[in-house]
Ligand binder design. Structure first.
Ligand SMILES: Cc1cc2nc3c(=O)[nH]c(=O)nc-3n(C[C@H](O)[C@H](O)[C@H](O)COP(=O)(O)OP(=O)(O)OC[C@H]3O[C@@H](n4cnc5c(N)ncnc54)[C@H](O)[C@@H]3O)c2cc1C
Length: 473
């Protein structure tokens, strides 16, 4: 049994947890991570990395299919899903080894077990000591000065439709499928559902997306959601919006799933439930602390990620602000820098880039024009289409559909949002992120020389457009 005293014990070694641990180690602190599964968490093993690895294969397939557009005739091609799957696994393994190496390099102790927060005892005047239980029944106690809870989240099922991991699947299950289904019904037209829709349709699976709300992708601009819906529809995805499934609408048999969708009945091989994620906050000992949970079960923190128990912090999906890997790591860093008085800068959620890795890609920062207007802001949108940008036309098969929009507050000319759909926008958005972080203006963006031809020229044009001096539009 270990009884080492730590400056910081991190509960959960996902993106929020391991990044925070490294930052604490950089500050000279003695750090431990308790992880019950694999370091790297959802993002590395069941999220960002494996999905994007498969999406890259789908993109290559689309390029091959359209090779004749570029003057190259490809007579014969085939989908080798086994190979795609193995490539995905190898990428995850390589990145995982990288995280393990980082832990050693930063002298972070890893406890591979389930952690819980203990309450006060005769040995400890305050709650927060972490107990670790191992599969073999052994345990450890980790006294500490600070705790960071970074236990992440897991997929929600519907109350009447639990995951059976055979026909009714979570995103974890879909990523583990070694063969492609013939057809899939995706319940939930949010980011995760649509990334899988884009992937599956491109790999030849019949895809139906069922969304309870009035339209898919409610977090992005209505116009952008429409452009994506049109692009996916043209590739064969069927959409049902405004369909709230009830128990009687779903019948799971041994060989398929039957869905009643308004007046249509469809039969699919598998169903992916992508209706949101619930925080892993049950059974981690929160009852031993003063920590408060929101109605959705997320841990409540202040802007420095500090909970009601001042020595316990929380970051990542378990606090549920923006369930994105880069947001979780920022929150983890802020928490650590606050604990150890190292000049934390609170996360500005309005400046966090959000990406959807569908084909076409979507990326945004800040508000859409609709959101701005709902908040009573007198906002104006300025758009530049990708068809005006040479490199976008060269590179992309359907560049004419994409565009970038800047949303500007007309009172003070501040940039309050940038929304884009089109080629490589998940890369372009980081230039906007830097501009916003540096408090830059549309004029500064427009006056920054961008190499020609490059796709990022679209941002220079956009900056100039706001100033009424665009050259190419
Ligand atoms: C399919 C999919 C695709 C995604 N794609 C993207 C993307 O492209 N970009 C992006 O930014 N985000 C993406 N996300 C979201 C991203 O994966 C999460 O926001 C991110 O992983 C959250 O990190 P975290 O550290 O908070 O939690 P997690 O990564 O979930 O890590 C939490 C860790 O805590 C461990 N744990 C939990 N309880 C305990 C306990 N009691 N004791 C010990 N260990 C415990 C878990 O095993 C886990 O490893 C995607 C998610 C999914 C599901």
């Amino acid at each position: 049994m270990s009884e080492k005293q730590y400056d910081l014990v991190v509960l959960g070694g996902g993106t929020a947890g391991y990044v925070a641990a490294i930052r604490a180690s950089q500050l000279g602190k003695k750090v431990a991570i308790v992880e019950r599964s694999l370091l790297g968490g959802t993002c590395l093993h069941k999220g960002c990395i494996p999905t994007k690895a498969l999406l890259k294969s789908a993109e290559v397939l689309q390029t091959v299919k359209h090779a004749s557009t570029f003057g190259i005739n490809v007579e014969d091609y085939d989908i080798n899903y086994d190979k795609m799957f193995v490539r995905k696994e190898e990428i995850v393994k390589q990145m995982y080894q990288g995280v393990e190496h980082l832990m050693q390099h930063n002298h972070i102790d890893i406890y591979n077990g389930t952690g819980r927060i203990l309450g006060t005892s005769i040995f400890s005047p305050q709650s927060g000591t972490i107990s670790v239980e191992y599969e073999d029944g052994e345990s450890d106690i980790l006294p500490n000065q600070f705790v960071l809870i970074a236990t992440g989240s897991k997929p929600y099922a519907l109350p009447f439709l639990p995951f059976d991991h055979e026909r009714i699947l979570s995103s974890d299950d879909v990523l583990a499928l070694e063969t492609l289904p013939s057809s899939i019904g995706i319940i939930g037209g949010g980011v995760i559902g649509l990334e899988f829709a884009s992937l599956m349709i491109d790999l030849g699976v019949e895809v139906t997306v069922i969304e309870a709300g009035p339209s898919i992708l409610p977090t992005e601009s209505t116009q952008i959601a429409k452009v994506l819906k049109t692009a996916l529809t043209q590739r064969g995805v069927k959409f049902y919006e405004n369909v709230k499934l009830a128990e009687s609408d779903v019948k799971v048999t041994d060989s398929d799933v039957r869905l009643s969708l308004n007046n249509d009945n469809i039969v699919v091989d598998k169903v992916l439930l992508s209706v949101g994620r619930q925080p892993n906050t049950a059974d981690i000992g929160l009852n031993n602390t003063k920590i408060k949970l929101s109605k959705s079960g997320h841990i409540e923190t202040n802007e420095f990620q500090q909970t009601e128990d001042k020595h316990i912090y929380a970051a990542g999906d378990c606090i549920g602000k923006l369930q994105l890997a880069h947001v979780g790591s920022k929150e983890g860093i802020v928490a650590v820098e606050h604990m150890f008085d190292a000049g934390p800068i609170p996360v500005n959620y309005n400046l966090m880039p959000k990406c959807v890795y569908t084909q076409p890609e979507i990326a945004s920062i800040g508000l859409t024009i609709e959101q701005a207007k709902k908040q009573g802001i007198k906002a104006r949108g300025f758009k530049v289409p990708f068809k005006a940008i040479g490199k976008a036309v060269i590179d992309s098969i359907d560049s004419e559909k994409g565009y970038c929009e800047m949303v500007v507050d007309q009172l003070n000319q501040e940039i309050i949002g940038v929304n884009m759909i089109g080629p490589h926008v998940t890369e372009l958005i980081n230039e906007v992120s830097l501009l916003q972080f540096m408090n830059g203006s549309s004029l500064e963006l427009g006056l920054t020389t961008h190499a020609h031809p490059s796709i990022s020229e679209v941002l220079m044009e956009l900056g100039l457009k706001v100033e009424d001096r665009a050259i190419h539009v």
